[in-house]
Design a protein around this ligand. Structure first.
Ligand code: IPE
Ligand code: IPE
Ligand code: MG
Length: 243
């Protein structure tokens, strides 16, 4: 049997979710416009996705645009939307060939059809892959997700497909955008802010958190590996007292 090169990573996180923050400050520090930082940030994603199989991360979820990010200037929002379109076009082939299955979570209604068509096509193109499951949160907000889920659930109750008594902790998550994903084991936020900014509210109830100072465009696979090793040394109790 070949020896496992990094046996200790067997107890690393299976699902890592990342709040990719700090692009604006990274650009500002270089005297460049915020969009310059967003482009640099987008380029970081590939290395992180490619590191996942080695780190035994099966699910990677990244926060790309929140339901609150529409409050930014029209120039920044339009620049980000155009970046997302270009990113999908540029990365589709690499993702497909590298065994990555891509999914999007968030409300698509407010996104323009050119972008949602590309998102649909990328999901379709990669739907038979299973090496890494990459989920991109785009126009995603945890509260918005729970509200949309509740609306669908209420409709099922009103139309007799679900009884009020059947609503419990198992039923509700089946209505969330993340219904097919396990809960994140580790949530990382870059750029020094210690808040979750409406990310995966329901799903991260028992996640471990890492708030690190690195700005997203400086984040590397080596740093992710360090966080995964750190995770392996934490004791997750889930409310119980361990013997
Ligand atoms: C994160 O970087 C990317 C998005 C929210 C789209 P920011 O743009 O929030 O960067 P900072 O926090 O202003 O540095
Ligand atoms: C969270 O970052 C959203 C994304 C990384 C996409 P923000 O920069 O929008 O969060 P706040 O405004 O600092 O809480
Ligand atoms: Mg920010």
């Amino acid at each position: 049997m070949p020896k496992d090169p990094q046996p200790e990573l067997l107890c690393g996180p299976r699902h890592v979710a990342i709040i990719m923050d700090g692009n604006g400050r990274w650009a500002q520090a270089r005297g460049r416009p915020r969009l310059f930082g967003h482009h640099a940030g987008a380029r970081r994603v590939r290395e992180i996705v490619e590191a996942c199989p080695r780190l035994r991360i099966k699910y990677l979820t990244v926060f790309a645009f929140s339901t609150e990010n529409w409050k930014r200037t029209q120039v920044e929002v339009a620049g980000l939307m155009s970046l997302f379109r270009r990113y999908i076009i540029k990365e589709t082939r690499t993702l497909a060939e590298n065994g990555v299955r891509v999914r999007f979570i968030g409300d698509r209604v407010r996104l323009d059809t050119k972008l949602t068509e590309l998102m649909d096509a990328l999901e379709q193109e990669t739907k038979n892959n299973d090496l890494v499951h990459l989920t991109v949160a785009l126009n995603y907000g945890g509260r918005d997700e729970v509200a949309r889920a509740t609306k669908r659930l209420a409709r099922d109750v009103a139309e007799g497909r679900l009884k009020p008594d059947e609503v419990d902790e198992e039923t509700l998550p089946k209505y969330l955008d993340t219904r097919v994903l396990p809960d994140p084991d580790l949530v990382v936020r870059t750029s020094g802010e210690a808040r979750i900014s409406n990310f995966l509210l329901w799903q991260s109830a028992y996640s471990e958190y890492e708030f690190i100072n690195t700005l997203w465009p400086d984040f590397t696979a080596a740093e992710l590996e360090r966080l995964c090793r750190n995770f392996g040394s934490r004791e997750r109790r889930f409310g119980a007292v361990l013997a």
